[in-house]
Design a protein around this ligand. Structure first.
Ligand SMILES: [Zn+2]
Length: 145
């Protein structure tokens, strides 16, 4: 059974994230607070300042405790989609609207996204950004119509 954990602040169910990802995302001075082997969760609510928390909510890391803006959180700036190559949502939208990009392959060619990917330690979810690139392409294509 998959463990489900609710955010201590907004009480929504978070996404499970690898321990190594959390260790790399929090500020250097907080790294020691990330307990080895412990499972963490990422709060996906854009309005909530909580980023990572553990199952029993003993450890909670907020937006200001992590090194990068969390792209889906309100006021994230810059809004990175590909953290490995620091490609922003706006760059992807521009590639679609100004340079005619239609798919992920075009985005990779035009922006350098997804090269030298180390998603496990660079992306706040610890996963490849390709679904989010696709989502951004779709959004840009729809705005064109
Ligand atoms: Zn939350």
């Amino acid at each position: 059974m998959e463990e489900k954990a609710n955010c201590p602040k907004c009480h929504k169910i978070g996404e499970k994230v690898k321990n190594i990802t959390v260790k790399h995302m929090v500020s250097e001075n907080l790294m020691g607070k990330v307990v080895d082997e412990e499972t963490y969760y990422l709060c996906m609510n854009e309005d909530c300042d909580v980023v990572y928390y553990n199952l029993n909510n003993e450890r909670v890391f907020y937006k200001e405790d992590v090194k990068v803006p969390i792209w889906f959180k309100k006021d994230a700036n810059p809004k990175y989609i590909c953290y490995c190559n620091q490609v922003t949502e706006q760059q992807i939208i521009n590639a679609v609207l100004d340079d005619g990009a239609k798919n992920i392959k075009d985005i990779i060619r035009l922006t350098g996204a997804m090269k030298n990917a180390k998603c496990e330690i660079n992306n706040p979810l610890g996963k490849c950004c390709s679904p989010f690139i696709q989502e951004t392409i779709n959004k840009a294509l729809n705005s064109k119509k």
